[in-house]
Design a protein around this ligand. Structure first.
Ligand SMILES: NC(=O)c1ccc[n+]([C@@H]2O[C@H](COP(=O)([O-])OP(=O)(O)OC[C@H]3O[C@@H](n4cnc5c(N)ncnc54)[C@H](O)[C@@H]3O)[C@@H](O)[C@H]2O)c1
Ligand SMILES: [Zn+2]
Length: 356
């Protein structure tokens, strides 16, 4: 099967390459983007078992001097303590300003390694090798990196674009079904935002055989939003569809509900609230909920409104006394809707009621 390439025209521009068997040749590909140098591969404990040796070998063969920093897998590692350990490791490995960080893993790894690459010596180069569907369709592209603080998700971070994104679709074969579904939640987000045919394909439950095409479509959508608005002040905010309530669900569950499932429920709830507010075409919420359920994702949450409200109000999408929500108008088109924070409890209640 041939590989696909998406040109992401942000900053100096970079490519996302998607296809099977790419890990074998990743060293040569990264060398062409950055030249051989010293490199630290950042990866989690599970991905290290599966793919670290292959990447390390390919990079060594291409002339890199490679060290690896492995952290315990899971969202619980996306914090300041692990970031600090990664930075200390880079210093011990004598990484210099012309060297490279490689993020090998899911969105947690990409966010953590990307943040480390952004701040180590005020910025070293970064390559992203996403190994989850979620990281492939969303988090490896666009340059947002972060760790969580006690008060909420992604509250400390930086913008850091990679030199290259290499997405070996063979890696998705070892993903547990539930992790695959998490990625489908973000893919469905792109359908609801801007791509009715993509939504229909995913809603029919037939993603499996067209994954490279779906990943390329999502990256194209994402790069379009990011090109227009790298720093998240304008149209990039559309990418937050489902995320205000989604991040609140993650936080309220003590991060036991993973990001993709939380965003799924957040998307269904905001569509339900949108219908009740007269902003969303009737039937849209039901269609979104059906597509989510078909893909093994939730369309509702058990978290209480009060808890969700408290978490949503410390979300960084809040700006002073107002918060900008992304609300589907219909499948394939969304609007930005700014409300006073005092209306947020009512909106969460409407979303919860619609999701019952
Ligand atoms: N920066 C962005 O733009 C952006 C966008 C969306 C999400 N995110 C962030 O991404 C994170 C979620 O990412 P995620 O869902 O990839 O989580 P993750 O990185 O924790 O990966 C999920 C699990 O899958 C395992 N895994 C990874 N690749 C595997 C493979 N090929 N085979 C088997 N197991 C594998 C991991 O070890 C982990 O246990 C959240 O923190 C979210 O905030 C960031
Ligand atoms: Zn997300």
């Amino acid at each position: 099967m041939k590989e696909r390439t998406v040109d992401v025209k942000v900053g100096t521009g970079y490519q996302a390459v998607i296809g099977p068997g790419l890990l074998q040749s990743c060293g040569g590909r990264i060398a062409r983007a950055s030249g051989p140098c010293r490199a630290v591969i950042v990866t989690d404990s599970r991905v290290a078992e599966l793919y670290l040796e292959k990447v390390r070998q390919s990079m060594s063969d291409a002339g890199f001097s490679v060290e690896s920093f492995v952290f315990p897998r899971g969202e619980g590692s996306k914090n300041m303590a692990v970031l600090w350990q990664a930075l200390e490791f880079m210093a011990e490995s004598r990484l210099t300003r012309t060297d490279l960080v490689v993020a090998l893993g899911g969105g947690v790894t990409g966010d953590l390694a990307g943040f480390a690459a952004a701040v180590y010596q005020r910025g070293v180069r970064l390559a992203q090798i996403p190994t989850t569907l979620l990281a492939a369709v969303d988090s490896s592209v666009g340059g947002k990196t972060a760790v969580n603080l006690k008060a909420g998700k992604n509250l400390a971070g930086a913008f850091k674009q990679p030199e290259l994104v290499i997405c070996d679709t063979d890696c998705l074969g070892t993903l547990p079904e539930s992790e695959f579904a998490n990625g489908l939640a973000e893919a469905l987000k792109y359908g609801v935002l801007a791509d009715r045919p993509l939504f229909d394909r995913l809603a029919a439950g037939s993603a499996g055989d067209r994954i490279p095409e779906i990943i390329a479509a999502c990256i194209e959508h994402k790069s379009r939003y990011v090109q227009q608005d790298e720093r998240d002040n304008g149209d990039r905010r559309f990418l937050n569809l489902g995320h205000t309530i989604g991040h609140a669900i993650e936080k309220c569950s003590g991060f036991r509900v993973p990001h993709g499932r939380a965003v799924a429920a957040g998307m269904a709830m905001i569509a339900g609230a949108g219908e009740k507010l007269g902003l969303t075409e009737p039937g849209t919420a039901e269609e979104i909920a059906a597509a989510l359920l078909k893909n093994g994702l939730p369309a509702a949450t058990e978290c209480e409104t009060e808890e969700l409200l408290c978490a949503a109000l410390s979300d960084k999408k809040r700006s002073g006394d107002s918060i900008t929500l992304v609300i589907p108008k219909r499948i394939g088109q969304c609007i930005l809707h700014t409300v006073p924070v005092t209306e947020m409890a009512g909106i969460i209640d409407l979303g919860k009621a619609a999701a019952v």
